[in-house]
Design a protein around this ligand. Sequence first.
Ligand code: PLP
Length: 348
Amino acid sequence: MSETQRKLPPIDLRSDTVTQPTPAMREAMARAAVGDDVFGEDPTVNELEARTAALLGKEAALFLPSGTMSNQVAIRAHTEHGDEILLEVSSHAYLYEAGAPAALSGVMCRLIPGKRGLFTAEDLRAAVRPTNMHFPPARLLCVENTHNQGGGSVWPLEQIAEVAEAARELGLRTHLDGARLWNAAAAAGRSEAEYAAYFDSVNVCFSKGLGAPVGSAQAGSAEFIRRARRFRKQFGGGMRQAGILAAAALYALERHRSRLAEDHANAKRLAQGLANLPGLDTNPAEVETNIVLIRTRSMPAPEMVRRLQQQGVLTLARDAETIRAVTHLQVSAEDIDRALNIWAEVVA
Ligand SMILES: Cc1ncc(COP(=O)(O)O)c(C=O)c1O
């Protein structure tokens, strides 16, 4: 490791959840007017909920501590125990939420095969079983946009429209896990509301690409959000003077949403640089937002992650042969170039 590299802080590409609140965001948090949000009396939370509902074109929204709770409250609010929900095989709500659909909602998960997390109306129709006393009733379809395991893939709006129409015909309710809907909208040149219009409920996260320290929101009809509010309380997610957190989310919405294209350009820059290195497979054309998947041919992914870390580049091994790198608010184009230089040394 060179002397200069040793003194520089690490470049953290593990996730867009690792961002630190900026000084200006911390000031906004310190100034926030607060009240008891379980009594509905926190003016900053109320403002965030109204702003989120308006952005998503829904009647109401609910502030929650995490994307996991937001997805799981939605699943609980849409279903009854013994129902079946349909999700893509590598979706976050199925793979990475600690078995919550079974534990908290008592539902069966039926999986839809996808390509980079996306599937078609035909795939959905093939997965839904007919109404029959022997089968659990299919109740809810969950869609993830952007798709995390798919490498930040973006659903074309037309494909969402077809899948949502098939879901309606099949009598399914629909939930969008839009933890990174902000990225999808920026990449597709669509508004978040255009995507949200196809779903009964939508989860969005403030603590990923937008850079807030905590928080997600659920949006839907006023009636659905009233029901979701009860399950948020039941799941232990009723917060008190949460305006401090909502202020960070509001700040992130106003100041950081418009800069997501920079993260996408940096991810593309990283993928293009990595595509020229030996022993790695990266497809820059598949990098649509802020997530880059890198297949390692020369050594196991965990070993490459360890060597990169020693040189000050932090990444995650997704499996034995795939590394995930994510760009965010606190990664600059210069950081990407430095990471590429280090990566070149590691593969050499
Ligand atoms: C697509 C998606 N949904 C939901 C979540 C869960 O969010 P949280 O970590 O806030 O629980 C994540 C987290 O990375 C995610 O990528």
